[in-house]
Write a protein that binds this ligand. Sequence first.
Ligand code: NAD
Length: 301
Amino acid sequence: MSAIGFIGLGNMGFPMASRLADAGHRLIVNDRDEGAVQRFQDEHPDARTAADEGAWQEADVIITMLPNSDIVEGVLTDGGVATAAFLNTLFIDMSSSEPIRSRNLGQRLERQGMRYLDAPVSGGVRGAQNGQLAIMVGGNWHDLDQAKDIFDVLGKSVIHVGKAGTGHAAKALNNLVSAASVAATVEAIRVGERFGIDPATMTEVLNASSGRSNTSENKVRQFMLSGTFGSGFPIGLMTKDIKIATALADSLGVDAPFSHDCENIWQSALDAGHGAEDHTRMYEYLATTTPAFNDERQIHA
Ligand code: NAD
């Protein structure tokens, strides 16, 4: 049986690669953090590392789950993994990368005799652990068909979006909506609080009403009101995704003022030094950007 190469054993990649190993796939893993590779081998002793001689040549599929396009391109091209792999290897970038760069990367890999899919995911760390990710795929049907066994282990839904790059475009646009929902939900809860509505009660109202969302249902109580702020997805990565979406709008000449306002809100949190903090910390950050609570503003319900 051939093997799957997996590069990037972070918050998402580690549980995703673990599921593939647990499903019986042979894994060749790599991360610049040697501790992550060691932890993976401790849990999956059959996994090989890319440091083993000729390891990449055993993989007919190589998955990347890395922070961004710069890193994906750096790892794969210019003497990177694509040079070490066999011809016709299928590269699947499951990171949230930049769609136009992904399309170009796919063409570049094809010129080298390789194949390429972009297949970013939604569903967070929990979805990665439970195999419940949504996977949005750009590329051709034939390659998607070859990857189906892998996607079935990782996700609950696989959507073929279109040609190469469209998976990454759809992912960024999804996260733009998600980020806007976080900001709007937090602002609504803060306004309600100032009017005397308990945040938990406001969340209950949203969840029973038309304002409900993934934010209100799965983030507010769990990570914001509980004070745990531990969803596993930092402000820095969310802001990167919003900027991918707004840059795509700009490059296509689509006027998207609301999206740019959303970008500014998240960018301000990044500029204030909160990039490494969980994105659910926007609950606290947006409170600090609101003028201090004072009695004149308070309206007792
Ligand atoms: P992460 O920062 O936890 O993990 C990234 C991993 O890549 C780290 O282990 C890091 O050591 C490794 N890495 C970085 N540079 C490397 C290099 N040059 N060579 C080898 N390894 C390298 O990030 P994550 O949360 O796992 O996210 C990965 C991707 O998935 C991102 O594009 C992110 O936007 C996206 N994503 C994240 C979530 C989430 O909830 N965390 C959800 C959906 C999509």
